[in-house]
Design a protein around this ligand. Sequence first.
Ligand SMILES: NC(=O)c1ccc[n+]([C@@H]2O[C@H](COP(=O)([O-])OP(=O)(O)OC[C@H]3O[C@@H](n4cnc5c(N)ncnc54)[C@H](OP(=O)(O)O)[C@@H]3O)[C@@H](O)[C@H]2O)c1
Length: 315
Amino acid sequence: MKVFVAGATGVLGHRLVRRLADRGHRVVGSVRDEVGEVAVRAAGGEPRRANLFDVDSLARAAEGADIVIRAATKIPTKLRTSRRHWAENDRIRIEGTRSLTEATARVGAKAYIQEGIVWAVRNPDGSPFDEGAPPAPDPILASAVESERIARVAGSRYGFAAGTLRCGGFYAADGWHTRVMGEALLRRRPAMIRAASPTWSFIHADDVAGAFVAVAEAPRSGVWHVVDDRPVALAEFLGGLANRLGAPVPRQMPPWLARLALGRYTSELLRTSFVTSNARFRRDFGWRPQYPTFEQGLDDVVATWKAEGFPRRKV
Ligand SMILES: NC(=O)c1ccc[n+]([C@@H]2O[C@H](COP(=O)([O-])OP(=O)(O)OC[C@H]3O[C@@H](n4cnc5c(N)ncnc54)[C@H](OP(=O)(O)O)[C@@H]3O)[C@@H](O)[C@H]2O)c1
């Protein structure tokens, strides 16, 4: 099977290229520069230059593909963000999804699969939710919901399977957000908000890649939540990370300071619970996470960091 991966160099993308190639599939990864070409080759894929916003270049790069995947995102690598920091991510999720689904139709692929996020939907009262929950009232999440609609409509118009894997809070040794958390804990910077105790559904990035492979090998249309087996209080997750790093108990900051230092979006996220389950995904694909809880996942993250000499203790 030939698979085209847009965003092949990312935290998710490079894992996906490697897993698909290891399973004997031919993988073409879209890249934007030479560094990307080297990374895709190293993961076992064939790099192709393509512009995510240009259907012709995508269709040329994806020629002959059976499956087209969007793993590209531009999640800001800063904590205090405003709307403008999310503009490129919105563009990728909306215009990028339009051009990729158009390219999927042009090359005659049988399926288009893309990333999404579980907290783009949720129950207003913060209770556990499933795939049928309503969209969250947050402007930076609207493009994730819109990308699902674009994919669904294109799939029915052109006759290919269109799937969205809404990922839980994903973490990985090479994930920017995970590294920032580790550094904050070691440097005794506050990482939680006082009097807020959100519970999150997490997922290790390796398991996200495994989930994409499961859909690529047995494609169907739908939306699924890809999370691990046990939602966990953010305090427990951070406490577990601190413990493995030999860092002190995570510090908290008052809400006013969080708003000032982290801005509206990050401080709201740190107060919001998103608790969901992988039941539908397990049922439909027979998938099981390799890291069923954050405990196994963080063991892996911290072991990888220690082997790399990261994070350094010195400020
Ligand atoms: N995606 C999610 O659902 C999700 C959920 C929770 C947490 N996170 C966190 O978010 C971070 C991002 O992970 P990720 O794998 O989604 O992203 P990532 O590692 O930032 O990779 C993004 C990919 O998209 C590509 N890309 C970015 N802008 C592009 C553009 N304009 N045109 C074409 N390609 C473009 C990048 O290519 P270049 O190499 O050329 O830049 C790269 O291949 C991680 O720290 C992860 O832990 C993500």
